[in-house]
Design a protein around this ligand. Sequence first.
Ligand code: ZN
Length: 198
Amino acid sequence: MHEPELLGMLEALAFSAARHRHQKRKGRLASPYINHPIEVALIIVREGGVTTAPVLTAALLHDTIEDTDTTAAELAERFGEEVASIVLEVSDDPALSKAEQRRRQEAGAVDLSYGAKIIRIADKTANVRDLVDDPPSTWGVRLRREYLEWTRRVVDRCRGTNEGLERAYDDAYERARRTHDTLALDVLRSGRPDESTP
Ligand code: ZN
């Protein structure tokens, strides 16, 4: 990677950290939100072997349009059209209900560009790992299982993009499914109701 590209990526990291500064992850650890885009970029390099600057830059910025007041025009001006368009592709429309956002993500996955598919698979891998290691604190077993199966349908529609990333997702899925099955059994045995709150 050449110096201007490295500089652009570090600027994207600083920009994303500033925009997400008031946000935490939904797990009990409440880790700083920026850890998530960093993790997604790490998965893309480590497990996908992808080192192209626009994809990694977009990975660091991938939740800025959806979760902060950042606009696509602003990203285009600072980081170029390619990065802005990838981030826009992976952004849900906040005006829609959660159910509709999920439905559209699933239906639209097949039409994403190469860079957007890479980010989509890595994002789902990071979130599915979190589902085991630090799940959203208000999600019970049922919501976790629904989320898990939805991520699988989205990733299935992105397949044929990057073997390493798809394997990383599959491993994360299997681990989450096994963990979930144990949890579901515990809930059943305890006689307590599932604590899910949507
Ligand atoms: Zn994300």
